[in-house]
Design a protein around this ligand. Structure first.
Ligand code: AGP
Length: 587
């Protein structure tokens, strides 16, 4: 989604905001803008393109108060006009979210008036100017009462040397710096400038000046929001010697697994208590988080023999789910802010399910509706494509499955202890790069597998398509013959994951079916018999041998490296794939 930053302090606002926006580009990067306030006037620059499109212009904006925005377009195409900030009268605003009733508001209050942009957001600044009578907080409050949808809004007003902030559903944090106060979508924007942050709650309104932060609830009653340490540090955002965050973060997979296992200990006993009497598990999430649920289902059903369903959050929230007593919902989300996942979880909770959140974001919205939060300790993940958070989720969910089975997490940690080394070895696999060449020269790529391999195939396919833009699908190996085989010809590549000797013979059937139709085949495998059989007929990527249950870690790292290599070969920016954003806080 969009990233927003506001600053009111003693230093030049434009520079500080520019740097903050750079750290938030993972939230959206199709246009950017900054507005500052000096001598009672608003100065601004906004441009289609990434934050660096503001280079040279932003630095000329004077003022010690300002707001900035990096956009992921929802309403209105990426363009200079549709970029934020939006200005009108005495105000400028930046907005993350969707104003669902913007058309009705325009019709009701501004019928016949021509707006300057095609966005849903512009109506906010028009309303602020309309309802303002000298009291900034009151105007914000009146506008908030009119808006439906989701919003994090930061506004400036020519009458006031500070910021006004509103939050409903879209995240906003307040940062306390040594020379001023901040508002931002997420902690990385404030890395290195704020050691302490507060998280605004739904309905909150905040007024920030250089020396003061006041927070109000939706009735404009003053409230306190606890100060917490800002866990994002400048060091955690350093690329080091890596050309891209994606590669850096794949290399951090081993640390993510180690740290997640260590962090699990702090929740083991509360988890045991919460899971007592559980007879049914529903796992929900979106994208990669959903895919990790597919792996977890297999862990839970194998270790604990508890029936487990995996639901795409955006679907689950709009059906009438059957929540029986004894149901636990496990909500998986790297960001903890994905709107569909949070809403699906709230729905299940309202129907009586216990809630376990598995997340990399300890202060996120998802954690606030959870009975127990199982930490994924991957550290900040900047690349839009999830990599180390996926393997962190697998580690957390493996441990959770063990606890559900009534076993000690120590046993799980022992089983996983081999994973970091195996993943490091996988990173060195020589044949991944040549497989990337095959992907690049193919019209489409199918990732095939059975059982755990199928679960990882879904993620391998998502990774490849999102960073390389190559058409791809993850498919159960046995299902190919029921229709999809019709698509196979010499222009199609099948990447078959075979990390289970138990199922190798079955997956080999899919290899044969593709080869017989002149399709190209690559096999990612650690099964010796498979390597021997296909040495001359398929491209082999030999990954380290391991226990079947931990093979998803190994196969996932191979698939992540493959996607990265394909993206680089095609000159894509793997960190910021087109049309995407990392944290999807709208529907
Ligand atoms: C994965 O590479 C994508 N960035 C995307 O599918 C992501 O996993 C999804 O949007 C869910 O995000 P979350 O984990 O923050 O909820």
């Amino acid at each position: 989604m969009c990233g927003i930053v506001g600053y009111a302090g003693e230093r030049g606002a434009a520079d500080i905001i520019y740097n903050g926006l750079k750290q938030l580009e993972y939230r959206g990067y199709d246009s950017a803008g900054i507005a500052t306030l000096s001598d009672g006037k608003i100065h601004h620059i906004k441009r289609c393109g990434r934050v660096n499109a503001l280079d040279g212009f932003a630095q000329k904006l004077s003022g010690k108060v300002g707001i900035g925005h990096t956009r992921w377009a929802t309403h209105g195409k990426p363009s200079d006009n549709n970029a934020h900030p939006h200005l009108w009268g005495k105000f400028a605003i930046v907005h993350n979210g969707i104003i669902e009733n913007y058309a009705e508001l325009k019709e009701k209050f501004f019928a016949g008036v021509k707006f300057l942009s095609d966005t849903d957001s512009e109506v906010i600044v028009r309303l602020l100017d309309k309802f303002y009578d000298g009291d900034f907080a009151l105007a914000l409050n009146k506008v908030a009462a009119l808006l439906t949808g989701s919003y994090a809004i930061v506004a400036i007003c020519t009458d006031f040397e500070g910021l006004g902030v509103l939050r409903r559903k879209s995240p906003v944090i307040i940062g306390y710096g040594s020379d001023g106060n901040f508002a931002a979508s997420d902690a990385p924007a404030l890395a290195g400038v704020c050691k302490q942050i507060s998280i605004l709650e739904d309905g909150d309104c905040a007024i920030l000046t250089r020396g003061k932060v006041e927070i109000f609830d939706s009735n404009l009653r003053k409230v306190q929001r606890a100060k917490k340490p800002n866990l994002a540090t400048a060091a955690s955002l350093d690329l080091g010697d890596c050309p891209h965050y994606m590669l850096k973060e794949i290399r951090e997979v081993p640390a993510s697994v180690v740290n997640t296992c260590a962090a699990f200990q702090s929740v083991e006993s509360s988890l045991k208590q919460a899971l007592r009497g559980v007879t049914r598990v529903i796992i929900t999430g979106c994208g990669t988080a959903y895919n990790s649920g597919l792996v977890a289902k297999r862990y839970i059903e194998k270790f604990a023999r508890i029936p487990t369903e995996v639901e795409i959050a955006g679907e689950f929230r709009y059906k009438d789910p059957v929540i029986t007593s004894g149901t636990v919902i496990i909500a998986v989300s790297q960001s903890g802010e994905t709107a569909d996942t949070v809403e699906a979880t709230l729905l299940a909770k309202a129907s009586g399910a216990k809630v376990i959140a598995v997340t990399n974001a300890p202060y996120s919205s998802l954690t606030r509706c959870a009975d127990v939060v199982v930490p994924v300790a991957a550290g900040p993940e900047i690349c839009v494509a999830a990599t180390k958070s996926y393997t962190g989720q697998l580690a957390a969910l493996y441990m959770l499955a063990y606890v559900l089975a009534g076993k000690s997490a120590d046993g799980a940690a022992e089983n996983i202890s081999a994973v970091p080394k195996l993943c490091k070895k996988t990173l060195e696999c020589a044949d991944i790069d040549s497989l990337a060449d095959m992907c690049v020269s193919s019209r489409g790529v199918y990732f095939l597998g059975r059982d755990l391999d199928f679960a990882v195939a879904t993620e391998g396919s998502l990774k490849l398509k999102e960073v390389s833009y190559i058409q791809s699908e993850g498919y159960p190996a046995g299902e190919l013959k029921h229709g999809t085989l019709a698509l196979i010809d010499e222009s199609i590549l099948a990447v078959v994951l075979i990390t289970s000797a138990r199922l190798a013979g079955k997956s080999e059937n899919a290899v044969e079916q593709v080869l017989s139709r002149k399709g190209k085949v690559a096999v990612i495998t650690n099964v010796e018999s498979v390597i021997k059989r296909y040495a001359d007929r398929a491209h082999i990527v030999k990954v380290p041998e391991c226990e079947e249950d931990i093979s998803p870690f190994v196969a996932a790292v191979a698939a992540q490296r493959l996607a990265y290599a394909a993206a680089v070969k095609l000159n894509r920016d793997p960190d910021k794939p087109r049309n995407l954003a990392k944290s999807v806080t709208v529907e």
